[in-house]
Write a protein that binds this ligand. Structure first.
Ligand code: PHE
Length: 464
């Protein structure tokens, strides 16, 4: 086996790159919507509790697997136990699928950014703009290709000169931008046609104050499950990504500390994201609007209308917002493509440069198919989890709702029951570092995570 030469220069580079992967569209368009839906502060509190109690376990497992084996998921599972090699190969499939559709969304972000830079905000805010843009034949493909090119250039440049360098600039900038926009959101105030005035601070109260209205035990369980699902997605675990990044971590880095920092960054951005979006949407459209639209609808339909209502300031805020979102998405895309490229380098024993070109070409073809899902290949497929979608949604569903929980369950069985948690714990304590939550780790990996993931998987399959 060829020795891996690439590595992050130190702990900060690694933490920022991993945080870059973790911070993505999940933080920006899923977290605020979930919080608004599940009793504001109540959801935030549940989420923070889960992050503190459980979040670290899977992230730590992935990073430790990567660093201990020095391999990508494809081979790492086989190195742990021969019979489990197939789980590694399955893990490769997740980023390969995600890469195709994340690139398409990245293209949408670039398109919106371009529209705002060229003072076309009013057009973007019109009803039907988003739908007609994504179903148009040329534009989504052009912007997708530009986005893909940027991602590929960073991956092509390598771990140290590409990913680490990029993350070190972009992640602090992202934090500043999101904090700035969030503070601005709090200062908003608007009187609608019926004379009702709503302020940003009232919106913030809706977001931060726990709301127990109509809460039953059953509903609370749902809140917990949604928070759990969001947390695992947000941390980019069980996709081989953190295994690949872990394989670039030097042996003297304290994994325990790094994991805490990555989680802190990720959670902070999620909470700030809600602080930015919920008050702004509430001020102009009332709190109900926040729960009506999630995901792409929230970001590409509702927010442009919010920006339009802000007047001239809205243009500036929109430009800063889409720069920030582009940063968040790019660092995630880079981690996805890096994982695929690194795995291909290992599989085919070829250079980074060759594999970057090959993977970028394949991603372009895959993303093209996803783009065509809104015109040539348009269909409406009812998914087992109760939603209806096009190619993009199907790809998201298969990778994130089905394969990812399945891999998590398999990883927990392998680490918790076959090789035993000590396998990971030894790696975390390699240099005599303190691992305070060791007992908790064992309980989570053996019992809690597999049970919760099984429930989430059954829910996604529509069985439960
Ligand atoms: N963790 C990212 C987020 O919260 C999403 C992501 C998914 C990143 C898959 C990489 C791979 O948005």
């Amino acid at each position: 086996m060829e020795q891996k030469k690439s590595s992050f220069t130190g702990s900060i580079g690694f933490v920022l790159a991993a945080a870059g992967s973790a911070v993505g569209l999940g933080n920006i368009w899923r977290f605020p919507n979930l919080a608004a839906k599940h009793g504001g502060g109540l959801f935030i509190l549940v989420y923070i509790a889960l992050v503190l109690l459980f979040g670290f376990a899977l992230l730590m497992t992935d990073i430790a697997i990567g660093r201990k084996t020095g391999m990508n998921a494809g081979n790492a599972y086989g190195a742990i136990s021969k019979k489990w090699k197939w789980v590694g190969h399955l893990t490769f499939v997740v980023p390969a699928i995600i890469m195709m559709y994340y690139t398409v969304i990245g293209g949408w972000i670039l398109r919106y950014f371009t529209e705002y830079v060229t003072f076309n905000g009013a057009t973007v805010a019109q009803d039907g703009y988003f739908g007609s843009f994504i179903s148009s034949p040329v534009s989504p493909i052009v912007f997708m290709l530009i986005y893909l090119l940027i991602t590929a250039v960073i991956v092509y440049a390598g771990v140290e000169k590409g990913i680490e360098k990029f993350s070190k600039i972009v992640m602090p900038a992202l934090l500043l931008l999101i904090a700035g926009i969030a503070i601005y959101s709090l200062t908003l105030s608007y009187t609608d046609a019926s004379g009702v005035t709503r302020t940003g601070l009232e919106g913030a109260a809706i977001y931060f104050v726990p709301n127990f209205e109509g809460m039953t035990f059953g509903k609370f369980i749902n809140v917990v499950l949604d928070a759990m699902n969001q947390m695992f997605y947000s941390l980019s675990v069980a996709m081989g990504i953190m295994i690949t990044y872990g394989s670039y971590v030097k042996k003297d880095v304290n994994i325990n500390k790094s994991v805490t920092q990555i989680q802190l960054f990720d959670t902070m951005v999620a909470i700030l994201s809600g602080m930015m979006i919920v008050p702004a949407v509430c001020v102009f459209f009332g709190p109900e609007r926040m729960t009506e639209e999630a995901g792409a609808g929230l970001m590409f339909v509702t927010l442009p209308k919010v920006f339009e209502n802000m007047g001239f300031a809205g243009h500036i805020v929109a430009i800063l917002f889409f720069v920030m979102v582009a940063f968040a998405a790019l660092t995630s895309s880079v981690s996805i493509m890096e994982t695929v490229v690194a795995s291909c380098m290992e599989y085919f024993k070829k250079s980074r440069k060759q594999m970057s070109l090959l993977v970028a070409a394949c991603a372009a073809i895959g993303a093209l198919v996803v783009c065509l899902g809104y015109n040539v290949f348009y269909f409406e497929l009812a998914l087992p989890n109760g939603t209806v979608g096009q190619i993009l949604d199907v790809a998201d569903y298969v990778s994130n709702s089905v394969i990812m929980p399945f891999i998590t369950i398999m990883t927990c069985v392998l680490i918790g029951w076959i090789v035993k948690p000590k396998w990971v714990i030894d790696e975390v304590q390699l240099n005599g570092e303190k691992f305070g939550r060791r007992g908790l780790y064992i309980v989570i990996i053996k019992f809690v995570a597999p049970v919760v993931m099984t429930i989430l998987l059954l829910k996604a399959l529509g069985i439960f």
